[in-house]
Design a protein around this ligand. Structure first.
Ligand code: PXP
Length: 249
């Protein structure tokens, strides 16, 4: 995903197609079919999180997704030796390092890039050595951004979960505070040569203020799009998200 234009890219996270598939233990719905739809409607990339417990995407899905589409694959992964080995085997376009706790329902909060510096150094080095674009999923926080800079990460993805929660709560002050935090950190990242992305909890209702932040190059959106696909189909849900993103730019 290295288009030179200022068009905001949309990476579609297809994890929850696999969640539904796994609920019955068969092979339907297949996340590979979802990836083909993302490509057909102009999505810019496929995002998939291979979790330690394999609750949605499984190892075999990665190769199948890569074989089925030319879209860049953004592999979300915990900073573990197991995930590093898998990333090196599959060589996705990008690897986004995320925090992962076994009991959490979803990725809660950003990676502590500052506190995990020593763990992250060799992992980032090996990923970069394999030509994989490394991204760190962090809170929009100066300390974490500084740590990402020191780690030589070319990309950071800002966790928009707090912003999304504030929107759901209808708490305008918190929404404004979260937006300012993300806006300021996106500008600081870009100034320092880091490409800022954003994602988590984004919906039709809350995407536009984030999409309007000029330095943000990519949004990664999953749960809402897959949920909305139940009602309008995946193609329709992606098209609508694309329209809203373009209109905000
Ligand atoms: N970006 C990252 C790094 C994530 O971990 C997730 C959730 O897996 C997302 C984006 C997408 O979040 P959501 O499913 O809430 O749209």
């Amino acid at each position: 995903m290295t288009l030179p234009s200022s068009r905001l890219r949309l990476g579609v996270n297809i994890d929850h197609v696999a969640t539904i598939r796994n609920a019955r233990g068969g092979d339907h719905p297949d996340p590979v079919r979802a990836a083909a739809i993302v490509a057909a409607v102009g999505g810019d990339g496929i995002t998939a999180h291979l979790r330690e417990d394999r609750r949605h995407i499984r190892d075999a899905d990665l190769a199948r997704i890569q074989a089925a589409t030319d879209l860049p694959l953004n592999l979300e992964m915990a900073a573990t030796r197991e995930m590093l080995a898998i990333a090196l085997r599959h060589r996705p376009h990008a690897a986004c390092i995320v925090p992962e706790r076994r009991e959490e329902r979803t990725t809660e909060g950003g990676l502590d890039a500052a506190g995990l510096h020593n763990t992250l150094v060799p992992i980032i080095e090996e990923l970069k050595g394999a030509g994989i674009r490394v991204s760190l999923f962090i809170e929009a926080d100066e300390r974490q951004l500084d740590a990402a800079l020191r780690l030589g990460a070319p990309v950071v993805e800002f966790h928009t979960g707090e912003y999304a929660h504030a929107c759901l709560d209808g708490d305008r002050e918190r929404v404004a505070r979260e937006l300012k935090r993300i806006t300021d950190m996106a500008a600081l990242a870009a100034k320092n040569g880091i490409e800022p992305h954003a994602g988590h909890g984004l919906t039709f209702d809350n995407v536009q203020p984030i999409a309007a932040i000029p330095q943000i190059a990519e949004l990664n959106i999953g749960h809402f799009l897959i949920g909305e696909a139940v009602f309008v189909g995946l193609a329709g849900a992606i098209r609508r998200m694309r329209e809203l993103m373009d209109a905000a730019r």
